[in-house]
Write a protein that binds this ligand. Structure first.
Ligand code: UDP
Ligand code: MG
Length: 316
């Protein structure tokens, strides 16, 4: 049984060597149990020496495959490239910054042997800032009402996938990729176990609050069209309110005669409605933008350097 380790790397020169050592240790422990390992590292257009480190690793260890992008295409693209280039019977997806403890791979393989197609590691939120924990909790409560698949707090990309799950994921060719959702969408027998979250070993997290916010919005919009439906309901609700209000004004005018007109009411109505219209346009715009990207059908990434021979199905 061949296990592929897939790790996206963006500016990870400080930890990569350590990361590789750690997974190598695990691979040595798994070898006697009949599990071979290969390592697929995707350099997501790093600005530091990540690619040089990868080349160095590949020289020393023939099981190392690397793919290097022509620029930064984002983690989702890096993940896809990793999955496309992995040839294992199972694939473990994990971050290269040692926040996903390599120790847990053994546990995953054990559970895989019990027949699960997806073995998911769910991190606890100890050590996180309170604000981030709370926003995450709120976000998941909200999003699970809105999207069709179930997303769980703390569940990320750290997981083991069986070959048929990998094939299914790779065959989802959409341009806007939200892995958390894609993994959930694919399904197959899955199991989850918890682990204590580790802090980053070196380098910086590439997530700012703003990028997290945008990521959250992506999750919301890439899985269904419920926001469009919500906009429709909101519009109808407002129309009803406007109708009732008109009836009330007209009624009052018939009974008491014409009152002095209130400009505050008008201003409020105009601004509120304009705001609602803008939001709805924004929602529609988001979907149109997504359609635009999908229609262009551009590749998810471009490869600058790799030591994996290109086969037909590897062309991005
Ligand atoms: N990463 C990537 N491309 C990017 C940003 C991040 O490949 O544009 C990789 C990064 O090298 C790491 C993983 O994705 O292996 C997770 O990134 P990070 O640690 O910044 O995110 P966090 O752990 O804070 O969620
Ligand atoms: Mg990290």
């Amino acid at each position: 049984m061949l296990i592929s380790i897939v790790a996206p790397c963006y500016n990870e020169e400080d930890v990569l060597e350590r990361f590789h050592e750690e997974v190598q240790k695990i691979s040595d422990e798994l070898l006697p149990l009949g599990h071979d390992m290969e390592f697929v590292y995707v350099d997501d257009g790093s600005r530091d020496r990540t690619l040089a480190v990868l080349r160095h690793l590949a020289d020393r260890d023939s099981r190392v495959r690397y793919v290097s992008f022509s620029r930064n295409f984002g983690k989702e693209a890096a993940l896809l490239a990793g999955l496309r280039h992995a040839s294992g019977d199972s694939v473990v997806v994990m971050d290269a910054d040692l926040q996903h403890p390599p120790e847990l791979i053994k546990r995953m393989v054990e559970l895989r042997d019990q027949g699960y197609d997806q073995v998911i590691a769910r991190r606890t939120r100890t050590g996180d800032r309170l604000t981030r924990t709370l926003t995450a909790r709120l976000y998941y409560r909200l999003i699970n009402r809105l999207v069709d698949v179930e997303l769980v707090d703390g569940v990320g990309d750290f997981r083991l996938l069986s070959r048929r799950v990998v094939d299914a994921i790779v065959n989802l060719t959409e341009y806007n990729r939200f892995s958390k959702g894609l993994f959930a969408w694919v399904g197959f027998p899955s199991t989850t176990f918890e682990y204590e979250n580790a802090t980053r070993e070196a380098g910086h997290s590439s997530w700012s609050f703003r990028s997290l916010l945008n990521y959250g919005l992506d999750g919301l919009l890439s899985f269904n069209n419920r926001p469009l439906r919500a906009a429709l309901w909101l519009g109808m609700g407002l129309l009803l309110c406007a109708g009732l209000y008109t009836a009330w004004i007209v009624g009052a005018a018939l009974v008491h005669g014409v009152q002095t007109p209130g400009y505050v009411t008008i201003i409020t109505a105009v601004t509120a409605l304009a705001g609602v219209q803008m939001v709805m346009l924004g929602v529609i715009g988001e979907y149109t933008g997504r359609i635009y990207y999908e229609v262009k059908g551009r590749p998810h990434f471009l490869v600058k350097a790799t030591n994996v021979e290109r086969t037909k199905d590897l062309i991005p």
